[in-house]
Design a protein around this ligand. Sequence first.
Ligand code: MGD
Ligand code: MGD
Ligand code: SF4
Ligand code: MO
Length: 716
Amino acid sequence: MATVTRACTLCEAGCGLTVTLDAAGTITAVEGDLADPMSQGYLCPKGVAIQDVLTDPDRLRRPVVRQPDGSFVEVAWDHAFDLVGKRLRSIRRAHGNDAVATYIGNPAGHSMAAFQIGILVDALRTTNQYSAATTDQAPQSLVSWLLFGNQYLFPVPDIDRTDHLLIVGANPIISNGSLVQAPDWRRRIGAIRDRGGHVVVVDPRRTETARVAGNHVAVRPGTDALLLAAILAVIDAEGLVTPGRASDWTDGIPALLDAVRHVTPELAAPVVGVAPERIRELARAFATAPRAAAYSRIGPCQTRHGSVVAWLVIALNVVTGNLDEPGGSMFTRPAFDLQRMVGISGRTGSWKTRHSRVRGLAEFGGEFPAATLADEILATGDGQVRALVIFGGNPVLSFPNGGRMDEAMRELDFGVAVDFHINESTRHCDVILPPIASTEREHYDLIFHTWAVRNVARLSPALAAPDPNGRTEQDILMEVATRVGVGPTERVALWLLGRARGLLDPLRILDIGLRLGPWGLRRGRAGLSVAKLRAAGRTMDLGPLARELPARLFTSDKRLALAPPPLLDALALAVAELTAADTAPAADELLLLGRRRLRQKNSYLHNSQRLVKGRDRCTILLHPDDADSRGIADGDPVVVTSRVGKVELPAQVSDEMAIGVASIPHGWGHGRPGSVQQVADTHPGVSVNDLTDDHQLEVLTGNAAFNDLRVTVQRA
Ligand SMILES: Nc1nc2c(c(=O)[nH]1)N[C@H]1C(S)=C(S)[C@@H](COP(=O)(O)OP(=O)(O)OC[C@H]3O[C@@H](n4cnc5c(=O)[nH]c(N)nc54)[C@H](O)[C@@H]3O)O[C@H]1N2
Ligand SMILES: Nc1nc2c(c(=O)[nH]1)N[C@H]1C(S)=C(S)[C@@H](COP(=O)(O)OP(=O)(O)OC[C@H]3O[C@@H](n4cnc5c(=O)[nH]c(N)nc54)[C@H](O)[C@@H]3O)O[C@H]1N2
Ligand code: SF4
Ligand SMILES: [Mo]
């Protein structure tokens, strides 16, 4: 028997797990690590299921190549790499670099090979770059870039010290927090309430988080921009603007207040569905709390005016003197300072430097919106995408109008995925290159520690010895990168890169990053390094967050730009659109939102029996009035129809849903021909993205506006 403590990498919380293994190396128990300073023994059902990921009989361990009949056969690594290199080179040669597109999915965020992913994408020299960011946080990234000068710099709510937490469109009791690393929100929210503080949740659904908070504002979907503008207008009108030291390094506070002043609670109330007096109360409670933090996440991000919401949430923190103050909204000082590295490499952000071929959508951060990848594959002509390189992503289930993406993937000349499942998307690929599981290697959270609510660092040991014939993600990425060159100079350059592979090893990059980082060499003997973290054996607590501004700003003048013109324009548009009389949904329509479930992580944990057992979780939540008026009872099968498609699934009737609003979780829709996931395929559910609209986008970034989708619902 042996025990290993390790961070869970299945979501951003990064809980400390204590894993017990028997002599044969089989996991016999997974428990929360009580000594972990961040998670203190907490874990969720997914953490327990990490053993299923390791033992999954459908997990690929060798590369597979698709046969003409759609089945896959295992091949040797060299053969697979040769094939990938040959096909990508020939497509680049015949059709140009842009004919190869890249799609980087969510697991990349948890990968030690983040730099190698960048190297492969660079080696392909394509402008057709896509990632899950434009189904997720792109609006928040744009705002970070415009305000702070770095698309990866996000302030986090200092929940362990705040007196007042305002959560707009996030459900961290279930999602375990996103763009903020903080395991166990139930304990943390409970602690705020225990010390006499308040937690308010703005969400069209009375979510698990809203219930724990005890204070719920049932906003109408897609209207948060107006609600926040009205809150700011009240703060201004009632003389509660107190930016404090932010005035020393912030520009644009008066311009921001000018822009929201006309959005009175009376103007906003009928649109947002919250009474004027309640809006005033929300404003006063936030502005007068000793320490308050406003936080928003993907609920509003995935709506048409997502950037405006992300911006106004930060503005609320600034004008009330809560940005960069203990108990407010703060910045982490990460041991591995990803944001600084991004700054040095000059990739803090870009916007509108080019536009997509088919729909003319602007790039952000070098990427086009995921919602238009299918267009780029399907529309013939110069610059058409003919090959796709996927790293850990499942676009058929995760993109808006996934059905169209399904069709597009069928049309590809060549597809390759770095993934270990033959699923709804990878079944269309010609080659699948499976890395060893993340639990089979040492792990450091390059990304999520950089927005943790405490300064922490942890290097996790491997749980199991890696398969000697397996390949790590970095090996696979570097191998492909060195094989894609077409011209002689390119080939030589990429060959040299291959020779330098050892220098680019993730642990070496980590070690250098730690030493050069804020907790490294400059702290003398106490400075962090890979060896120090290894010796520590679990999460090292580097203390509570401290003031970081203006030093941490990445703007050229070290000032925070609170009123950038594109956001002022977007606010004007949001106010005009949302207050226009003709935007109300038709009487028989419902507004459809997303929903996350504790036992699910996007599309990729449904092959674990313990996570899918029990009642069906892929249901449509309906308010009792909406169900009654349609003759629908709890559990009845219903047909949901949108502009794009139609699905049939069971109804779940609950008054936690606002009237006129419905919700379906994403990531389901398994059991398609050719997919090889025995458990998932027998608990298929339906894909909500067969309903969501690839033409419904966030106005500035083109982020998929999944939420606030108009649908009709009928008894099947
Ligand atoms: N268990 C579990 N955890 C996960 C994931 C998972 O699939 N399962 N996925 C991970 C990923 S990839 C991410 S990005 C994070 C996301 O983390 P969260 O942002 O916390 O995600 P959700 O739980 O979807 O919460 C979004 C909330 O927004 C609400 N909402 C929808 N539309 C609106 C709106 O217009 N206005 C407002 N105010 N609210 C709205 C929804 O009802 C929902 O409660 O979760 C991560 N964690
Ligand atoms: N309707 C609707 N759609 C949504 C959302 C929503 O809220 N509503 N949320 C959006 C969001 S926030 C996100 S982040 C996206 C996610 O979208 P994607 O990233 O496209 O999808 P995932 O389901 O996360 O797919 C993960 C894939 O990675 C593979 N994988 C798992 N672990 C690893 C690993 O360690 N390494 C590698 N190389 N591969 C691995 C899995 O087998 C699977 O194929 O979905 C988006 N889609
Ligand atoms: S909340 Fe669950 S999935 Fe997320 S890190 Fe903790 S144990 Fe893993
Ligand atoms: Mo996400």
